[in-house]
Ligand binder design. Structure first.
Ligand code: HAM
Length: 419
């Protein structure tokens, strides 16, 4: 019997696994430069954290959670997102009692039992950043700018920024009622009707053309913002404009999580088909209180690493592969040479030169093939005659030029060449 990775999951293998590591690093470099500290939380949490935090009425909580009892009967859930976990950790450790905002970033696996398709997986990777405990439009703008910079650092040019405001507890209820009244007058199926009561904003997000056609005249939240939310939103918009960040106002942008207030945004890429969001986020001023904490107005985003990789593929940015990391490849011929090469490779690595060697007793031809495939720039060929002369053949695999170097000097010679 042979096993396959579970449906909706896949393995990252070299060389693309190296590229995806580089993607993660590039996406978080801007927030690290902006004073965000690294946080790691468990991949599973008390189920109630997500039920309350993300919201019972969302697809994530009602359909997509990997929930299981542990051996003591506690209900645990593999994290479908990390904002609730980060806030839980902040409250648990009292980080909010120090300097505000608390700025944190993370990188890790997320789990959602979704209908699997290209760009939508059951196990996927996000990097994220959260700024907790400050209500300031400059903080919203900062995070958006840092997200834009992450995508730009990867060379992506096709990422668009969609921006909206969802109002706050002062103005959202009246908007929600107006939207519900409008939706009740439409010709919708039973499931969608049920949604009107539970989560009417999500109906706006229905992708079916027959539903979209009826939504043309739906009331928009931007037209129902209270004065404070309107001023806040205008300030975010003007800071982004001043920072030279292009955005599109999208009054129909609603997000799939219930905790959002005011600023919401999404980064989309048109080369990805229907799963076009490469990242998203917004402000969640009420989440702390929903989790039993003090008022802690906060804002954050998460960027999809797998989808960002796909976007890079769509833009042809992955052409040069990342196999060039190995610098030296050892080719020992015979047992004595193999023993000496084992030590030489170790010495090279200690000196900071990346090195590998042929294993499995390969002959010259097979080992040289291995050297070529390894992507290394140099091969070190060590035969019996070389050993007797205390020398090694150094071959530059890009020019095929070969020189003899004394064994005692080869580490220094290579150190000089690979720098
Ligand atoms: P989200 O929009 O659910 O937000 O996810 C953020 C990003 O994760 C998406 O834009 C997408 O790139 C990626 N993503 C989501 N689901 C999948 C999937 N099934 N397969 C592949 N990639 C996926 C959040 O998770 C919020 N916690 C963001 C946030 C942080 N809001 C405030 N702070």
């Amino acid at each position: 019997m042979s096993f396959q990775a579970p449906k909706g999951t896949f393995d990252w293998l070299p060389p693309s696994s190296e590229q995806v590591l580089a993607v993660r690093e590039a996406l978080v470099a801007p927030v690290r430069r902006a004073g965000y500290g690294y946080i790691e939380t468990p991949v599973f949490e008390d189920t109630q954290l997500f039920a309350r935090g993300v919201g019972e009425s969302t697809d994530i909580v009602s359909k997509e959670m990997y929930t299981f009892p542990d051996k003591a009967g506690r209900s645990l859930t593999l994290r479908p997102e990390s904002t609730a976990s980060v806030l839980r950790a902040v409250l648990q450790h009292g980080l909010h009692n120090g300097q505000l905002p608390v700025k944190l970033w993370y990188s890790g696996s997320q789990f959602r039992y979704e209908r699997a398709q290209k760009g939508r997986y059951r196990h996927f990777w996000q990097v994220g950043a959260e700024a907790l405990g400050a209500e300031d439009p400059a903080l919203d703008a900062e995070l958006i700018v840092l997200g834009v910079q992450g995508f730009a650092a990867l060379g992506l040019t096709g990422v668009r920024l969609l921006l909206n405001s969802l109002g706050d507890r002062a103005c959202r209820p009246a908007y929600r009622a107006a939207l519900q009244e409008f939706l009740r007058g439409l010709d919708l199926d039973a499931d969608t009707r049920a949604r009107i009561d539970i989560n009417p904003l999500r109906v706006l997000d229905d992708k079916r053309p027959e539903v979209q056609a009826q939504l043309a005249g739906a009331p928009l939240v931007v037209d129902h913002l209270c004065a404070a939310c309107k001023a806040y939103h205008e300030e975010v918009r003007s800071l982004l404009t001043e920072a030279g960040v292009a955005f599109e106002d999208d009054p129909r942008l609603v997000r799939g999580l219930d905790y959002y207030t005011r600023t919401t945004f999404e980064f989309v890429h048109d080369g990805l088909g229907s799963q076009s969001a490469v990242g998203g986020g917004g402000r969640y001023d009420g989440l702390s209180e929903m989790l039993g904490g003090p008022p802690l107005p906060s804002v954050g985003w998460a960027l999809g690493v797998d989808r960002t990789y796909l976007a890079m593929e769509a833009e042809g940015l992955l052409a040069g592969d990342a196999t060039g990391r190995l610098q030296v490849y050892g080719v020992p011929l015979g047992d004595d040479a193999r023993r000496r090469m084992f030590l030489l490779v170790d010495e090279l690595r200690r000196a900071g030169v990346s090195a590998d060697m042929a294993f499995g007793g390969k002959g010259l031809k097979g080992a040289m093939k291995g050297a070529g495939r390894s992507g290394a720039r140099f091969a070190l060929i060590l035969g019996e005659r070389d050993l007797a002369a205390q020398a090694v053949q150094l071959k530059d695999l890009t020019t095929a030029e070969q020189t003899e170097v004394p064994l005692a000097q080869v580490v220094d010679v290579l150190k000089g060449k690979v720098q």
